[in-house]
Design a protein around this ligand. Structure first.
Ligand SMILES: Cc1cc2nc3c(=O)[nH]c(=O)nc-3n(C[C@H](O)[C@H](O)[C@H](O)COP(=O)(O)OP(=O)(O)OC[C@H]3O[C@@H](n4cnc5c(N)ncnc54)[C@H](O)[C@@H]3O)c2cc1C
Length: 285
């Protein structure tokens, strides 16, 4: 199929974006890397009247370290995130997970912000953003709004972003040597969306792991921190019990990739594997 007819606006500045929102309201849709939006247009799953191309706005791209936070511009391409030493050094969870996002050609165009704004429940970056307690910066003509990733994702391709807001950047608290991380996903082929995945971080303590933030994705309608593990210290003897409790807390949805029951079995294996990884990174004394 071919895309429906739409008007194309090339935004050279943020003012151009706000002007498009003011003139066209809900009918104006941001075009970032186009790697999800264009297929959706071609399949007629989206039929916006106006595409607002933000590719010319260079200030929306880039990765900067400041005040122990990594500030990633929304238009930063997946390939830039994957190649950035800053990311590998300060947020190895993202450095690992980004390599699982699609294929090279798609990573060359697709953007970090686009992936979050699109909010596919099987996508890797939204899960990492939640696990890492990221904050999203949304700008409208009226000013900026900061939203925690934990509050941003509402459901399948549904977020807290208002139609007059553009996602401009993402703030991620950096992690040091006292942090452990784990990432696992099951997919049919490398580069496919996850059937089920897990992104997790924790702080290393001599007696175990504290501050566990574990997200199962591709399973529920949105990535969220497991409430079971968030408030407890994890020691090796607890892994089986923890994994079972995490899976019991899930509310999986059946989709084209598998039914809910199978997702639970897959999630159980990945949660257990992730917890063991986190503990393996733990220096016991
Ligand atoms: C074959 C294929 C395989 C893929 N596999 C994976 C995969 O394994 N994992 C994965 O995570 N992704 C995968 N993707 C999707 C890819 O990662 C996209 O790059 C990403 O989902 C969207 O980023 P984009 O920059 O292309 O956004 P676009 O396609 O341009 O936009 C997507 C949506 O987000 C909105 N949007 C984008 N940027 C902003 C912004 N700054 N502010 C407000 N709204 C915005 C758009 O309006 C649109 O609704 C795949 C895509 C394809 C085609």
């Amino acid at each position: 199929m071919k895309a429906p007819t739409f008007k194309y606006l090339r935004a050279e500045s943020m003012d151009d974006v706000y002007a498009a929102f003011a003139e066209y309201g809900d009918e104006a849709v941001i075009l970032a890397g186009g790697q999800s939006l264009m297929p959706m247009l071609n399949m007629r799953l989206a039929q916006p009247a106006v595409l607002v191309d933000i590719n010319p706005i260079y200030e929306l791209s880039g990765i900067v370290l400041s005040n122990q936070k990594l500030h990633v511009g929304a238009m930063t391409r997946h390939v830039e995130v994957a190649n950035a030493e800053l990311v590998a050094e300060t947020l190895p969870l993202i450095g690992c997970a980004i390599k699982q996002v699609a294929h090279r050609g798609i990573r060359n165009r697709g953007t970090f912000g686009g992936s979050l704004a699109h909010a596919d429940p099987a996508a890797e970056m939204p899960a990492c953003a939640v696990a890492l307690d990221a904050t999203l910066i949304l700008q409208s003509h009226g000013g900026a709004r900061r939203v925690k990733a934990t509050d941003f994702f509402l459901g399948v391709m549904s977020t807290d972003r208002r139609s007059d807001e553009i996602l401009t950047s993402i703030e991620l608290p950096t992690q040091g040597s006292n942090h452990a991380w784990a990432f696992h996903e099951l997919s049919r082929r490398h580069g496919d969306f996850a059937l089920v995945g897990v992104a997790a971080t924790a702080q290393r303590r001599s007696e175990g792991l504290d501050g566990l933030r574990l997200v199962v994705f591709g399973c529920e309608a949105r990535p969220r921190i497991s409430e079971v593990v968030a408030s407890r210290t994890l020691v090796p003897q607890d892994v089986a019990e923890f994994a079972a409790a995490v899976v019991k807390d899930l509310d999986p949805m059946s989709d084209l990739e598998g039914d809910a029951e199978i997702k639970l079995i897959q999630a159980h294996a990945l949660v257990e594997r992730s917890l063991n990884d986190l503990l393996a990174a733990q220096p016991y004394d």
